[in-house]
Design a protein around this ligand. Structure first.
Ligand SMILES: [Zn+2]
Length: 239
């Protein structure tokens, strides 16, 4: 399946919803039923997109020397654009290649400050839902596939299960990876809102690294992640 077929298969419904929302904002409200308008007005959740690392903290380095932070940012920007098109409230922890630390003389002090600042921004966002984007790495290059980790808040696990299922079905068929509770991940253990962290794939696996760097695969990832988030929010009456 090429990317155009993929996008048309999974995004047409959401693009239609987006077009209806644009129509509504332009005054064509007769095109939308009263019930649908009610749903739109109930929109509350702000999806906080967190491209992991940034600036002097590149995160994992791929087998061809590309920093994880760049790939995280590219995928997050694509998710942001899609969700914005669909009418969701979204905000980004960073939208350029930068860290968000506020203090620190050494790199490790600045890394701690960066994580605390991310937590602060998430915690101060009303009705937040965190989606943190990362890339994995392991000493053995055979491992591949996306994996989703969830925060302690109760609905985080069901969102992670839905996301893991969608990523396996659409992008990693045959993968037996399952979502896991985020243990030992500072950001995920210090937020009160629903939150997931998506490791999109392994930068240490040569074939997967090529895909993760490609525009085509980044679009597919963004589409699956955005559509799954939209579906989850609708099914759980969070919009
Ligand atoms: Zn990372």
């Amino acid at each position: 399946m090429n990317v155009r077929q993929f996008l048309s298969k999974y995004c047409w419904y959401y693009l239609l919803v987006g077009a209806l929302m644009v129509g509504s904002s332009l005054g064509f409200s007769h095109a939308i039923t009263a019930a649908a308008q009610q749903e739109l007005l109930k929109s509350q959740v702000t999806i906080v997109l967190d491209p992991g690392h940034g600036g002097e903290d590149g995160g994992a380095i791929s087998c061809t020397g590309v920093a994880e932070s760049q790939i995280n940012l590219e995928i997050s920007l694509r998710i942001h654009d899609l969700l914005h098109l669909l009418g969701y409230n979204t905000t980004m922890i960073r939208d350029t290649d930068t860290s968000v630390y506020t203090q620190g003389d050494t790199i490790s002090q600045r890394k701690v400050s960066d994580l605390k600042e991310r937590v602060r921004r998430i915690q101060e966002t009303k009705d937040a839902m965190l989606v943190s984007i990362h890339q994995n790495q392991f000493s053995d290059s055979q491992y591949n596939g996306a994996q989703v980790f969830y925060a302690g808040e109760t609905s985080s696990k069901s969102l992670a299960q839905a996301m893991q299922t969608a990523l396996v079905e659409k992008l990693n068929p045959g993968s037996r990876r399952q979502c896991k509770k985020a243990e030992g991940i500072y950001l995920m253990q210090h937020i009160d809102c629903p939150g997931i962290l998506i490791e999109c794939g392994f930068l240490s696996n040569p074939e997967e690294e090529v895909k993760l760097r490609s525009e085509r695969y980044q679009k597919m990832l963004s589409c699956v992640i955005s559509a799954t988030l939209a579906q989850f929010l609708q099914q759980n009456s969070l919009i």
